[in-house]
Write a protein that binds this ligand. Structure first.
Ligand code: ZN
Length: 172
């Protein structure tokens, strides 16, 4: 171990802002519900194959929150082998991640969410998904950006999500 390269650097525990990143993916299959950001997607022919309700958007947001403070990932707190989480509402997963973040003195300031899904088209649900995620995080709807992409046919039976979140210390 050499000397610390940045001796004057403030400790990471004191940083006023921290960035978190999370991503998630689920296989899609017929006969399953599709939920994204806490919003049930109507007219989805395929839904997420998952232990919980398979909300890939909330799973990625939760992982982004945890990663911002180097708290690991949701699999550590909600192991998919635990029968008690079968079919669980993923809003509970997000609430746990938020509790861990606020317990360490930080809160989310803004979120960018990207959902890659071929069908159905989600554009009409952008405001609903943003409002749902904003409410769950205590943010204004203008602080939650939601982008939709398709896989261009590369992964028609998958949903993929990617999320960045900016965390801010609550005491500054
Ligand atoms: Zn997931």
């Amino acid at each position: 171990m050499g000397a610390a390269p940045y001796p004057e650097r403030m400790s990471s525990a004191a940083l006023p802002f921290r960035i978190g990143y999370g991503e998630d993916a689920h296989r899609l299959a017929a006969g399953r519900p599709l939920v994204l950001g806490g919003v049930p997607i109507p007219h989805a022919e395929l839904g997420a194959v998952a232990h919980s309700d398979g909300d890939a958007a909330l799973h990625a947001v939760a992982d982004a929150l945890l990663s911002g403070l180097a708290l690991g990932d949701i699999g550590q707190y909600f192991p998919d082998t635990a029968a008690e989480w079968q079919g669980m509402d993923s809003r509970r997963i997000l609430a746990k991640a938020l509790e861990l973040v606020t317990g360490r003195g930080y809160r989310p300031l803004n979120v960018a969410l990207v959902v890659t899904l071929d069908r159905p088209k989600l554009g009409a649900l952008r405001a609903d998904i943003a409002a749902s995620v904003a409410e769950l995080l205590g943010l204004a709807v203008t602080e939650v950006g939601v982008s939709f992409k398709t896989s261009e046919g590369l992964a028609p039976e998958h949903v993929q999500t990617r999320v960045t979140v900016l965390l801010g210390r609550m005491d500054v």
